[in-house]
Design a protein around this ligand. Structure first.
Ligand code: LLP
Length: 466
């Protein structure tokens, strides 16, 4: 039990009653253990030693690729794609939500594993097409798609455009007609349910920029207008209720209300729409406290809900699609940092500064997201020390992991890793303080390859043309 490196660092028992952190998490029994829920599948710790991913030691990865860097476990990513595709089977479609993280290599993996892709901007569309994703397997989202983006999507032949407003119904119809196309579309509706983590609320969430509200008849009116326009082929209804959802009760209410609309449409127009897209938002384990559902459980629950609702409404069961982003890519990557300054604050906690921060993971600052962290360049049997892992930016809110425990012998030069950073970390990375955005390195079967390279100062200066 050595605390010699930072003798003033607070011990957990000194700072919090009953050894509990402010997040309510007690220090883990074994700081060297890696919870398989939180880390990707090929991450292991050599007994008494460093952590490996895809069979490669993190110390070697740090030497070759530098830090900070995201390391993406390709075998795990592919396995998750297959698990989602298998769970939903032939009668449903899985669209990976590219906003979570997108690159050309990743698009090729999706294609190879048989997944479809949801994009929400011209940039994501360009990446998907450039990497060879067949356009008919792409769905295009967004509350304010530009005319140019719509033209590009229609001309490329994307499988679905998800209509988000009355104005867009007309815009897409007009563009499709002028290009001599009939564009397959879904209408995005807001069902009056907003779900986050374990709870969902059923008030006030129509007060948002996305979609057309079911309540008050906007969605039904959108269907009326879309059915009248020659440039559009209305395939179905889309609903997305939130993020980081662990139970299916919110989806149950959403499915009930969407099927209600399908029934209205059948009664009014004599048309049975053939698709329901229930969006994404399925949760992952950021810390050991999170308990996500498996894809097959989600698939079973959603198809039962939709089947039951349709049977009750006397409708043919439509084809279901889902759009998981985080649940596929989130658990497959960790961010590797080198520890720099360590600052023990008596009676409070120890601040551990790493060589990245809010520029590579804005989620803690933006959403109060919780992450875990581990010392990965070596094992340690020092006692737990309560830490806050912070970045190197000029902002006191630059926090990567708010409350965690690391061994008290942590020293500058050690490598720490934050797991479950595959989703919405690189894709939301910024150049704040002219930070250079880290690379994404895919690791698989003893090999590692950069799929998004590290930014350089030349990259920054190239944009600065003044
Ligand atoms: N489909 C639609 C229409 C969406 O709006 C989203 C996410 C998804 C699918 C994918 O959701 P996922 O399965 O990845 O949770 N930046 C935030 C998340 C924003 C999500 C926006 N829409 C974060 O870091 O948590």
């Amino acid at each position: 039990m050595s605390r010699s490196a930072h003798p003033a660092g607070p011990r957990y028992a000194d700072v919090l009653p009953e050894g509990r952190s402010s997040t309510g998490t007690a220090p883990p029994a074994d700081l060297n253990a890696l919870d398989g829920k939180v880390w990707s599948r090929t991450v292991h710790r050599a007994p008494g030693g460093a952590v490996t991913v895809g069979g490669i030691e993190v110390t070697r990865l740090a030497e070759e690729f530098g830090t900070p860097a995201y390391f993406l476990d390709e075998a795990d990513f592919r396995a998750r794609c297959r698990a989602w595709a298998d769970a939903f089977g032939r009668d449903a479609d899985v669209f990976y939500a590219g906003k979570a993280f997108l690159s050309r290599a990743l698009v090729r993996w999706l294609d190879e594993e048989g997944l479809n892709l949801d994009v929400c901007s011209g940039g994501e569309l360009a990446t998907a097409l450039d990497a060879g994703m067949p356009a008919e397997r792409i769905a295009f989202h967004g509350n304010n798609k530009s005319v140019e983006e719509i033209e590009r999507a229609v001309a490329a032949g994307v499988g679905r455009i998800v209509l988000d407003s009355f104005q867009e119904i007309v815009r897409v119809a007009h563009i499709a007609q002028s290009l001599g196309r009939r564009q397959r579309v879904l209408i995005r509706v807001t069902v009056g349910v907003e779900a986050h983590t374990h709870e969902f609320i059923a008030t006030a969430h129509e007060d948002q920029k996305f979609g057309l509200a079911l309540a008050g008849g906007q969605a039904a009116e959108a269907v009326r207008r879309a059915l009248r326009l020659d440039g559009l082929e209305l395939a179905g209804i889309h609903s997305h209720i939130g993020s980081q959802i662990f139970d299916t009760s919110g989806f149950e209410v959403a499915a009930h209300r969407v099927v209600g609309l399908l029934k209205e449409v059948r009664d009014e127009h004599g048309v049975e729409l053939s698709e329901i897209d229930l969006g994404g938002g399925l949760g992952i384990a950021y810390t050991s406290a999170d308990d996500p559902r498996e894809p097959h459980e989600i698939a079973k629950a959603l198809s039962e809900i939709v089947g039951r609702e349709c049977e009750a409404a006397g409708l043919r069961t439509p084809r279901i699609s889902v759009e998981p982003g985080r649940a596929i890519v989130g658990p497959t990557a960790f961010t590797l940092y080198e520890v720099g300054t360590i600052k023990p604050l008596d009676g409070l906690r120890t601040y551990v500064s790493v060589d990245g921060g809010m520029s590579d993971n804005i989620r803690t600052a933006l959403y109060d997201a919780e992450y875990s962290v581990a010392l990965v360049s070596r094992a340690s049997d020092a006692e737990p020390m309560l830490v806050r892992v912070v970045g190197k930016h000029c902002e006191s809110g630059d926090i990567v992991v708010r409350d965690a425990f690391l061994p008290a012998d942590l020293a500058p030069g050690d490598l720490v890793a934050v797991p479950a950073t595959g989703a919405y970390c690189r894709s939301m990375a910024s150049n704040y303080n002219h930070a250079l955005r880290p690379p994404v390195v895919a690791v698989r079967d003893g090999g590692a390859k950069v799929i998004v390279r590290r930014e350089t100062e030349d990259d920054l200066l190239r944009l600065d043309v003044g």
